[in-house]
Design a protein around this ligand. Sequence first.
Ligand code: FE2
Length: 195
Amino acid sequence: MDVLAVALDDCRTPRLRPLPQEVAELLRDLGAPPRLVAHLRAVHEVAGQLLDWVAEHCPALELDRGAVLFGAATHDIGKVRHPAELSGPGSAHEPAGRDLLLEHGVSAELARFAAGHATWDAPGTRAEDLLVSLADKVWKNKRVPDLEDRVVAELCRVGGRPGWEEFLALDELLTRIGDGADERLAYQAAHPVLG
Ligand SMILES: [Fe+2]
């Protein structure tokens, strides 16, 4: 299975925007497993949907859109070095992903998502980090109240609306995104774990 094709080809069912070109080329150069590339593409799509919603719903929340998309597209890249974590538990891929990106000339600012996507309560966690973590959950319709509360807090902080209103608005969005989970899961499962 051609890595670049998995990363970039038009995909309508489910609708998945292509990965950033530089990420697609890095995944090809690394010989990334198709299952991983498919996963990154699904999470990247959902991150894009979250960004589009924030831009419309709460434009006061300034986000580095490129960083969120890059972070979503690379968050699990460390699984190239820890392929057992593609189908089983483990967190060795988190620091490994950051190191791998740094070795390939990616800035620490962008490489941080690979190390931090599974934690959202560390000091210095930004709205961009929350969105990458959230995308990595809701792509498969997994709901994490603590993480969602932090996103609501960010929306309230800058938008001035009450918490209950932001909570309902976010819940409606995540329910809608979650409705596409079965298609995304089937898409990911159709790609082999081994190249
Ligand atoms: Fe992931």
